[in-house]
Ligand binder design. Structure first.
Ligand code: AMP
Length: 371
């Protein structure tokens, strides 16, 4: 059996994709689950509807996207009662994301009891980051007791895209160093050395690092104390401000990069500044990861913004010829797979991400049926 169903459950949505090998047999999105006038009354009804409309026989596995694996899961894992209980214990680390994934897993275990369920974690690819890249300089007992460290996210995307980059370069993965820039609604940068993540920009949660649609990315943590003590904001208000009303939305009032780029093109100074802040942060991470890696063979852009915005790519990497990084304007404008000039020391790539395909591959590997 070669079919794998990939499920990505949000609190009120279920995104699915059915693969046979790398062929997509069916895909869809069931939305506004549990809401009045929504597509289904609950996740159980949503999956039941999927089973009624899509042929789910002959499944080798179901792959579930789980955002946070904490330090308990360093690889994709076949779900049993103990694994499900551990994912539940990790809810405090990802209160917005893990509960929905767990619901999806529980419903799928009930409705498809004979099919192995595999949890594929956004954090797992980053388990190879060395200790000095995940520890923060805080009280070691506090860090240990509460699991305060960098975990990193978007792992399936960084894993897929870094492997694809090696393929584009025609080099063995084991001998290829890549900086991957996943720029979508959520954004993160990762340094990949020989196929292993060695640094990434997101931390305990997906809030830190690059500027995102509604998330601030890096800020000085004392901003939180200041907003609480001086501005009188509650912790919930500060969290909301940084996670749902920060980023592009905070800087411009618009969270969609396309709108920000249009406003910038028509001379809007707020949008121009937001663009500059995004690009500046990208350059800071690229420079930092060049130093971590010592040698980069490629820098790869992916996800909605990374795959489609020549302006952001040029803004992030322009003027770095002295570091061996250059962009060919025509290749860049056409979103070509390689956008650096021939012979550049660092190849700059645009590689569309395929997170669901990677989850299917992981699920197959976890149940031992190879690729
Ligand atoms: P994702 O999370 O990967 O779906 O990416 C969503 C983001 O990609 C949104 O901010 C979109 O505005 C952005 N995006 C999609 N298409 C384009 C485009 N042609 N140019 C710039 N940004 C884009």
């Amino acid at each position: 059996m070669t079919r794998v169903l990939v499920l990505n459950c949000g609190s009120s949505s279920l995104r699915y994709r059915l693969f046979d090998g790398s062929d997509v047999l069916a895909k869809g999105l069931i939305q506004r689950i549990g809401e009045e006038g929504g597509d289904a009354a609950g996740h159980r009804e949503a999956l039941q509807r999927l089973m009624d409309t899509v042929d789910l026989t002959e499944l080798a596995a179901v792959g579930h996207r789980v955002v946070h694996g904490g330090d308990r899961f360093t690889a994709s894992t076949v779900v049993n009662d103990e694994v499900a209980a551990t994912i539940e214990e990790l809810i405090p680390l990802a209160p917005l994301h893990n509960p929905a994934a767990l619901t999806g897993i529980e419903v799928a275990r009930k409705l498809l009891p004979d099919v192995p369920q595999v949890a594929v974690f956004d954090t797992a690819f980053h388990a190879t980051i060395p200790p000095e890249g995940v520890r923060w300089a805080i009280d070691r007992e506090v860090a240990q007791r509460w699991g305060i460290r960098r975990y990193g996210f978007h792992g399936t995307s960084h894993a897929y895209v870094s492997r694809e980059t090696a393929r584009v370069l025609g080099r063995p993965v084991e001998d290829t160093n890549v900086i991957t820039l996943h720029l979508g609604n959520g954004s993160s940068a990762t340094a990949v050395a020989g196929g292993r993540s060695v640094a990434t920009s997101m931390g305990l949660s997906p809030l830190s690092g690059l500027v995102m649609g509604t998330r601030s990315g890096d800020i000085d943590p004392s901003v939180v104390f200041h907003l609480h003590r001086v501005a009188g904001m509650s912790l919930d208000e500060i969290e909301d401000s940084l996670t749902r009303r920060g980023g592009l939305l905070g800087l411009t009032g618009d969270n969609d990069m396309r709108t920000v780029l249009e406003r910038r093109a028509s001379g809007d100074p707020e949008a121009a500044l937001a663009f500059d802040v995004c690009c500046r942060r990208l350059r800071e991470y690229v420079g930092s990861y060049l130093a971590v890696l010592g040698r980069a063979d490629a820098i790869t852009f992916t996800a909605g913004v990374g795959e489609n915005s020549p302006d952001i790519r040029a803004g992030a990497l322009g003027g770095l010829e002295a570091l061996g990084i250059a962009i060919d304007p025509e290749r860049n404008a056409r979103n070509e797979r390689i956008i650096s000039p021939d012979g550049s020391p660092v190849t700059v790539c645009v590689v569309p991400t395929e997170e669901e395909l990677e989850i299917a591959r992981e699920a197959r590997q976890a149940i031992g049926s190879g690729h």
